[in-house]
Design a protein around this ligand. Structure first.
Ligand code: GEK
Length: 243
């Protein structure tokens, strides 16, 4: 994707404010996420393939925390069944507006509704596919169980949740290594040490990672019969949970 380059944290910013998904971020978002999340493109492609397999007629596919709609577009181009629509939700007006503009230029036939709303407030019904691609990590810890319970309840039998998250690790050495390797990945993508450390501070209280076991236990608790990692690259992983 040809998007402007992310220089948001390239100069010293004095006080680093908490990260927000505003217009400045939306403008450079494709470059930022591509150079910050190892394996992002592979995950987006696989979400399309999974939707192609799991989307059912007369059902809904949800992309919760859709940002600029990369996962929605990937699904839209792989879904072949009739009468299946996609509901994409984000609470950042800047993201939603840009995504709506992109959608107007996309020719695929699956209907897409883009909502500017809090994903905790949106009803999940008749779902065959639900995507949480690096979104749950921004939901307060206290709300995660109820939110996932709502998703499970709204999924049809045999439905799938694709949950991608930044992970943390119980083992201290592993935690340190994985963070270092993620930073090495970002340096290899052209980010400076200053950019990496200022972004880290900005995300500190906003992005709350959990361990893989915490995710798997919670998914089981709300009712998913299985929750397995299908992709991992350092401290970034994606889980398939099956109802
Ligand atoms: C992708 N899935 O490209 N309600 C709605 N949206 C929210 C909420 C909330 N409560 N909290 C955060 N968001 C995308 C990438 S980015 C991940 C997802 C990242 C939105 C927020 O506005 C942002 O657009 C998105 O979740 C997280 O596949 O930047 O690391």
């Amino acid at each position: 994707m040809n998007s402007p380059k992310d220089f948001l944290y390239a100069s010293p910013v004095g006080e680093v404010f908490a990260f927000k998904f505003d217009e400045t971020v939306a403008r450079i978002f494709p470059d930022m996420i591509q150079r910050s999340v190892p394996g992002y493109s592979a995950i987006i492609s696989a979400i399309g393939l999974l939707a192609g397999r799991f989307a059912r007629e007369h059902s809904v596919c949800y992309d919760l925390g859709c940002s600029l709609g990369a996962a929605t577009l990937s699904m839209r181009h792989q879904i072949e069944v009739e009468n299946c629509r996609i509901i994409a939700v984000d609470n950042s007006p800047a993201m939603v507006t840009r995504f709506q503009e992109t959608l107007q230029k996309d020719q695929a036939k699956v209907v897409v509704d883009v909502l500017c709303a809090d994903i905790r407030e949106v009803a999940i019904e008749q779902a065959s596919v639900v995507v949480l691609n690096f979104t749950l990590q921004f939901i307060p810890l206290a709300d995660r169980l109820n939110f996932l319970q709502k998703i499970y309840n709204g999924l049809l039998p045999g439905g799938i949740l694709i949950l991608s998250e930044k992970l943390e690790f119980d083992d201290e050495r592993q935690q340190e290594l994985q963070i270092k390797m993620h930073h090495a990945f970002k340096k290899a993508q052209g980010y400076s040490d200053l950019e990496i450390s200022q972004k880290r501070s900005a995300l500190e209280k906003v992005l709350i990672p959990e361990t893989l076991i915490q995710h798997q236990n919670r998914l089981r608790e709300v009712g998913f019969s299985s929750a397995e990692v299908w992709f991992q690259y350092f401290n970034f992983a994606s889980i398939i949970a099956l109802k």
